[in-house]
Ligand binder design. Structure first.
Ligand SMILES: [Zn+2]
Length: 59
């Protein structure tokens, strides 16, 4: 599984590579949390699609 999103504000792609990891994009518009156990998204307000593009992959 990959935990990865692309920020639509700054174009950053952020990916978590370890459990309990946490990352924000350059402009801190969006973030991801949870590492590889679960997927948590941090963003300003709904709808989420305006803030990031989901690139995560499941197997
Ligand atoms: Zn961003």
């Amino acid at each position: 599984m990959r935990n990865i999103i692309r920020c639509k504000h700054c174009g950053d792609t952020i990916e978590l590579k370890a459990t309990h990891d946490f990352q924000l994009c350059t402009r801190t518009s969006v973030g991801i949390d949870g590492g590889l156990d679960y997927l948590k998204r941090i963003f300003g307000s709904n709808p989420a699609e305006e803030h990031y593009e989901e690139l995560s992959e499941y197997e």
